[in-house]
Structures are given as C-alpha cells and as structure tokens.
Design a protein around this ligand. Structure first.
Ligand SMILES: Cc1cc2nc3c(=O)[nH]c(=O)nc-3n(C[C@H](O)[C@H](O)[C@H](O)COP(=O)(O)OP(=O)(O)OC[C@H]3O[C@@H](n4cnc5c(N)ncnc54)[C@H](O)[C@@H]3O)c2cc1C
Length: 395
C-alpha cells in the first residue's frame, strides 16, 4: 500500500492543475490516469491549438443548477493567472475572436507545461491505471490495477462523458453516487442540433453552407456562425445555444442578424419603389447564400412574381420567417461529438471555495464532472483550471 496525502483520479486539465498545486504545497500526490497517454482531450482541443481560456470569463457565461457556485473559484484563479503560467513557460499564444486565447503552435505545449509543473512539484503520475474500488475508512483507499493507494484526500477529476473513444467514462458520476452525492442529470452540450425527419428533408440540400446568424434558445442569444449539416445545424452559434436547450424546446434563428426587422422591411420597401421588377429570391440572394435564399423563399410559399407584385402580408411573413426561423430539434448529435457534458455532481453538495463534499470530508470533485458548464471559447478549460486550483489549495 502506497500512502499519499492526496490521490487525484483523472489526469486531464483539472486533475493536473489540482495535483501540481497540492504538490507545490508539499503534499505527496498520486495522479492516477486510466489512459496510456496524458491529456488527450487537451491535445485535440481548439482544433489542436487549445483554446485554453477566455478574457471574457464571467460567472454568467456558465450554466449550472446553482449559477453562483462558480463565482468564488473563477475569481480566485483567473484567466490572467493561467496566462501568467503559459507566459512563464514561453508558450506563444494569440487572441482569435471574442476573447479566445489559443496557442500559436500546439496544444501539446499546454500538456507539456502541466506535466512539467506536476513533476517539479513531486507529483507521481501513474498511467494505465484502472481503478477498481474506492473506500473510505479513516482515510480513502483506492484499489487499482497498478496497486493500492491510501490518502487523506481523494479528488475526482475524471471529466464528462463526451468523446468516449478518447477515454471519457461515467467514473466520476458513479463515485459521487457511491458516496451519496446527488448527480444532476447529464446531457451532451456544445453540440450540433439534429433536425426532425421533416426538417431534415426540408434543409438537407443546404448541407455544407455556412453563414452568420443569431441563434436563440431559452432566452440565450448567440450571434456567430452557423453551418447546415446533413443531419441538422452546427457552427458556433448553434453549439452555444445547445448549452441552454432542453428536449421539447424550440430554437429560433435570425438569418439576417445585421438588419433589424425595421431595416429589413425598409430594404424591401426601397427595392419595391426602385421599380427594378426583380424577384424576391433574387433580391434575397444579395443578403443570404443563394441556396439559403431560395430555400427560405420556397418555404414561404410565395406566388412566383416580382417583388412589386407581392402582397404586403406575404412579404411581412417572409421577413418574420427570416428574422425568427423556428424549429424543434429532434435532439443533439450526442456524446460522440459534443464538446462537453452539461449537468453532473450537484454543486449544493460541494464547498464553492474548496470543492470538498460537505457530507464526505476529504472527498473533492473538480472540472467538468461538476455541474458547471461554460460557453464555447475557452470557458470550460478556465473552469477546470479554477476548480482544480481551488481544490489544490485545500487538499
Ligand atoms: C473536441 C473537443 C474540443 C474542446 N476544445 C476546448 C477548447 O478549445 N477550450 C475549452 O475551454 N474547452 C474545450 N473542450 C472542453 C474541455 O476539453 C473540457 O471541458 C476539459 O477538458 C475538462 O477538464 P477535466 O479535467 O474536467 O476533464 P478531462 O480533461 O476530460 O480529463 C479527465 C481525465 O480523466 C481520465 N479518466 C476518465 N475516467 C477515468 C477513470 N475511470 N480512471 C482514471 N482516469 C479516468 C480521462 O482519461 C482524462 O484524462 C473541448 C472538448 C472537446 C471534446
């Protein structure tokens, strides 16, 4: 039996941050990872360049049953703190859009940095480690394929369910249940919408077309790109909206976000009076990709005639349809493609300052396994760093 002060299960973003911080405080730390390679999700993140944080991090950009929970950790370990760490390792980075910070070269640099910091802090990293059982007596006992480990503190950092093919498991949720900690139902999020069979037939010819749009779901509005896929709707604005989506709820898309309803009406009125005699779909193609213009024109069942001859009611209905095209998703694509898992370990069971369970002293949950899910664009890594850091100060 190897005695440690702290055992961390899951060597992803949150687990490595927690382990290195605990190690720096002189704790003897074992970091157990079931995969043979460390930080695989970090490696593929941000298209291989890791969007490691966002300058716009605020608690309001996270979704949780307990919206204030993330406040303390995010304010104590901030994006600037992580940027400082990145800088101290000489990793070049840049801001892409909307405050998103990416490595110039490769996400592997972030992994190498965290591994180096863990080693420097004396953390023992154990790969290919299958954890069989967890037990709590006076201390925690972890039985695993690589041996048995005991510690006063046990940190669960096994992440969410997205991308099972690179190592995501239910482990963290099962561990919570074992210790009597509630788990808020999980769902794939930051994920593409899948159309109903009818909508799929209506829009499949648009697959591959992207355009700027604003997608609204449950009051949250995101103005970024969308892309029609063979199955539904993807692109950043759709992925962001999926974070707020619940089955049975509608999604609304503004296909012309740069024009207000008034401006759109005014634009048609102007075109009507200039007497060019153009058809509506031809005019629309000045504002939208041609095939999208044609599809939405057809959807509105207008009699094919020039703009000047269109009844006002038909034009008004088209304007509304373009500014608020509404559909009921059949679902989202699922954990095979989703960036994150919404829901997870109930934050009411945890201290927002340390991530420790109120009812099980010494047991901590950090990162994505916790019911805190951020927007697309570096917010989820920041939660992993901040919650990992918070637990690292306490264990
Ligand atoms: C394709 C993709 C791209 C992404 N890009 C970004 C991005 O650019 N910016 C951003 O902010 N977020 C991004 N995310 C989300 C981000 O990767 C996660 O939110 C973040 O990694 C969560 O950190 P974590 O440490 O909680 O979990 P993870 O990083 O997933 O780490 C969990 C670790 O636990 C290990 N593990 C699981 N089960 C067990 C077990 N039973 N025993 C031992 N170990 C186990 C896993 O192998 C893994 O190493 C992306 C996600 C995906 C899927």
């Amino acid at each position: 039996m190897d005695p440690y002060d702290v055992v961390v299960i899951g060597a992803g973003a949150a687990g490595m941050m927690c382990a290195m911080e605990a190690g720096r405080r002189g704790r003897r730390v074992a970091l157990l990872e079931h995969a043979s390679v460390i930080g695989r999700k970090i490696r593929i993140s941000g298209g291989g360049r890791c969007n490691f944080t966002n300058r716009g991090v605020v608690p309001e950009r996270y979704v949780s049953a307990n919206p204030n929970f993330c406040r303390s950790a995010l304010s104590r370990y901030t994006p600037e703190d992580f940027v400082e760490l990145v800088r101290s390792h000489g990793i070049a980075f840049h801001e892409k859009t909307l405050g998103q910070l990416f490595c110039d070269r490769s996400a592997q640099q972030v992994i190498d940095m965290l591994v180096k910091e863990c080693r420097r802090a004396g953390v023992e990293i154990v790969l290919n480690c299958q954890v069989h059982t967890l037990k709590k007596t006076d201390e925690f006992l972890v039985k695993a394929s690589t041996g048995d480990y005991s510690a006063d503190a046990l940190v669960i950092a096994t992440g969410g369910l997205s991308l099972p093919k690179i190592g995501a498991t239910h482990f963290g949720y099962r561990a919570a249940e074992q210790f009597g900690v509630r788990v808020i139902p999980t769902a794939a999020a930051l994920d593409a919408f899948v159309f109903s069979a009818n909508d799929r037939r209506r829009f499949e010819e648009l697959a591959g077309i992207s355009l700027p749009a604003a997608v609204t779901c449950q009051g949250a509005r995101f103005e970024e790109g969308i892309i029609f896929t063979h199955a539904g709707l993807s692109g950043p604005a759709a992925l962001q909206a999926s974070l707020y989506w619940q089955p049975g709820r509608k999604v609304s898309v503004d296909l012309l976000p740069s024009l207000s309803m008034e401006e759109l009406r005014g634009w048609f009125a102007e075109k009507k009076t200039d007497g060019s005699g153009a058809k509506v779909e031809t005019l629309l193609a000045e504002r939208l990709p041609k095939r999208v213009a044609e599809r939405f024109y057809k959807l509105h069942d207008m009699t094919p005639r020039s703009l000047a001859q269109q009844p006002a009611a038909a034009l008004e209905s088209l304007c509304r349809g373009l500014k608020a095209w509404t559909f009921m998703p059949h679902g989202t694509a699922g954990y095979g493609t989703a960036e994150v898992t919404r829901g997870g370990v109930d934050t009411n069971a945890l201290s927002s300052k340390t991530m420790e369970c109120h009812t099980v002293p010494g047991l901590y949950f950090i990162g994505e396994v916790v019911d805190v899910t951020g927007w697309l664009g570096g917010y989820n890594f920041q939660w992993a760093w901040s919650s990992g850091w918070a637990a690292g100060q306490a264990v």
